[in-house]
Structure formats: C-alpha cells, structure tokens
Design a protein around this ligand. Structure first.
Ligand code: F6P
Length: 365
C-alpha cells in the first residue's frame, strides 16, 4: 500500500464467526459485501481547498487528493478561494477528469486566499454549517502555517476532521523536511541569480538580491549555496550584516571582482534596499545594484520533485482522513510520510541547518 503509515481497521476480522453472516465467497476468495464496507466508512465525502500564498505543486496535490479519494470510493468537493469558499459555500464536485492535465501547472485551480473571516468564531461557525449542509465529512487543507492555525481552531470547535498538506514556497513548517513549491521556487531563484551573476561579473558589480521566504531563510540559504553567493543574510543569523565588510574584503584579497549578496526578505536588516543603503559607504569601490526577485518566485511549472512529493502528500492526506485522523498535517521526514499535529506544526519553529550556514561561509572565501 503506497505510503500507508497508519493501518486502517483490517476487514479480516469480519471473517470471524461473529461476522460470518456478512462474508461470502466469490471465485473461491472471501469477500466483504460492499454495502457493509459503506456502512462502516465514516468518511464518504471530502472537501479540498488551497489557502494562503499559492505554490507550484498545489495542483499536483489537489490531483493526488482527488484521485486517491475516488480510488477509495469517496466523493470529492472542491472548495474555491480557500476558507472564504467554505464560508460562502463555494463548492463544486471534483471528478477524476476535473484534475486531468493539471499536474504540470503552477498556481491552483481551486484559487486561494488569506481569509480574515475564518479567524473569527462566527466565520468558522458559518463554514461548519455549510460543510454540514453539503454533507462533507472531512477536509484536506493545502497551505502554510496560517492556514493550519485556522484548521486547528476549527478542529477544536467542531467535529469535521481537517488534515493539512504543507504548501508554501517558504519551507518554514515544523515537522516536515519539505513543503510543496519550495523546490520549484528554489530552482527559479537559482536560475535568476545565475543570470544576475553574468552581469555582476561582466561589470565588476556588487548585487544585493532579495529573495522571498517570509520570516525564514531557507530559500536564501539554499540558493546562496547553489549559486556560490559571496554572502547570505538570513533572519536565523543575527548581526550578519556587520560581518559583511570583512567577508567581502577577504574575497577581494583573493581577486574577486564581483559579489552576490543574497538577502532573505524577512531579515532584521529590512530588506536588500535598506541593507545596500547602509553598506554603500563601506563599498565605495563597487557599483552597487539591488534586485528584488519578487513574485516570479511563486509561479511556474512545478519541478519533478514537487510533483512527486505533492502526489505522495495528497494521497497520504486522504489515507489519514480514512484512518480517522484529525487536526494533523501530513509531512515528509527523511523520505517517509509522517503525521504531525497542527499544534506542533504551527507552534514550533523550524530552524535552518546551521551546518549548511557554515558550509556556505567556508565555500565562499
Ligand atoms: O508565503 C509565501 C510568500 O510568497 C512569502 O515568501 C512572502 O513573504 C509572501 O508570501 C508574499 O505574500 P503576497 O503574495 O501576499 O504579497
């Protein structure tokens, strides 16, 4: 069974004397009549939504959820525009063909939003009423920590289970090594910085390149290592700005004539423009440029890695709902599917690997 982490109740026990009534033989194979399996199943119809910032691979996850649900005999309802769609009952059924030809597409066919109303008890009550009315027994939420905070509150208040799939380019969710879209965004950033490097090198310039990542430095750190950046400034390392002058001077003494400094948008320094402004007097010999990569990091066709992981997580989320899980996120840790309570996923801080920080410094001398 692909990626099944938690065994659902084994129907073998139905073949015991107690349940012999329900067991028959078909071509010499014991079987459990379908009506009985239907009767046993708690989850018959699930909803799926995308919430927060879009990320490449969300469509692959929607496909994974939809096809796994259909495979298990469940109905699937697409909830449009994130939690807002739950509050407005913006529901439409998803069939196998509804998710054809989307695995390679960025964005999300279900649309997404950050919904203020779902933060209120009244908003969540409306959402619950609509889910009940539509007979939706469980919901898969594809999004980031803000989306899981809402899901967690909802599951404390109401009896419809929510299971989360980490979908954000920021890779900042505790309990999973990986979030959907991070790999694609990282590769997009690397491609962009390689191009900037050509110009930096041709003109002997110093570039401050600002990358996304919200409060986390994963995109900055990994893209910095992958592009051989001279320095990386991330929120996880305090006071790094102050070391910049020494780092660049060391490089200059080794005849470096151009510099790429990657700045994570969430850094305490206030972004690439602010840091460049503060440091320009220290680097008068350089022609300084600032490049903010912005939303081009969020779109585009998902990488193979994002498609495969999104498919695994989509499948695992439906399996978790069938297995009576609630208020948990499915993640990938050391290559294996894991279940992480929302409580932990939203509260605990996921740190960058500090060995990689050291590595980046060693390799940029
Ligand atoms: O969480 C994804 C992300 O792209 C962050 O990296 C960034 O800080 C934020 O969303 C930007 O949000 P918006 O698209 O609302 O400007």
């Amino acid at each position: 069974m692909a990626d099944r982490k938690y065994q659902r109740p084994d129907f073998e026990y139905l073949k015991t004397a107690k349940f012999r009534l329900f067991v028959g033989q078909k071509n010499n194979v014991n079987f459990v009549p379908e009506f009985y399996i239907d009767f046993m199943a708690k989850i018959k119809k699930i909803g799926v939504l995308t919430s927060g910032g879009d990320s490449p691979g969300m469509n692959a996850a929607i496909r994974g959820v939809t096809r796994t649900a259909i495979y298990n005999g469940l109905e699937v309802i697409g909830i449009r525009h994130g939690y807002q769609g739950m509050i407005d009952a913006n529901f439409s059924p998803l069939y196998s063909h509804s998710v054809s030809d989307i695995i390679q597409r960025g964005g999300t066919i279900l649309k997404t939003a950050r919904c203020e109303e779902f933060r209120t008890p009244e908003g969540r009550q409306k959402a619950y009423n609509n889910l009940k009315e539509a007979q939706i027994d469980g919901v898969v939420v594809i999004g980031g920590d803000g989306s899981f905070t809402g899901a967690r509150l909802f599951n404390e208040e109401f009896d419809i289970p929510f299971v989360g799939i980490p979908g954000t380019i920021d890779n900042d969710i505790y309990g999973t090594d990986y979030t959907i879209g991070y790999d694609t965004a990282l590769n997009t950033v690397v491609e962009a910085i390689d191009k900037i490097r050509d110009t930096a090198s041709a003109h002997n310039r110093m570039f401050f390149v600002e990358v996304m990542g919200a409060e986390a430095g994963f995109i900055a750190l990994y893209s910095g290592i992958a592009t051989g950046a001279e320095a990386i400034i991330i929120p996880e390392l305090k006071g790094e700005e102050r070391n910049l002058k020494a780092m660049i001077e060391t490089g200059n003494s080794r005849k470096k004539s151009s510099n790429i400094i990657i700045v994570a948008e969430g850094d305490e320094g206030g972004g690439a423009f602010a840091i460049a402004e503060k440091l320009k007097d220290d680097f008068r010999e350089y022609d300084i440029r600032v490049s903010v990569l912005g939303h081009l990091q969020r779109g585009g066709s998902p990488s193979a890695m994002d498609r495969v992981n999104a498919s695994r997580l989509g499948h695992a989320a439906v399996e978790a709902l069938i297995d009576d899980q609630k208020s948990v996120m499915v993640g990938i840790s050391n290559g294996e599917i894991t279940l992480v309570p929302f409580r932990k996923a939203v509260k605990l801080h996921k740190d960058v690997n500090h060995n990689l920080v050291d590595l980046a410094k060693i390799l940029s001398v």
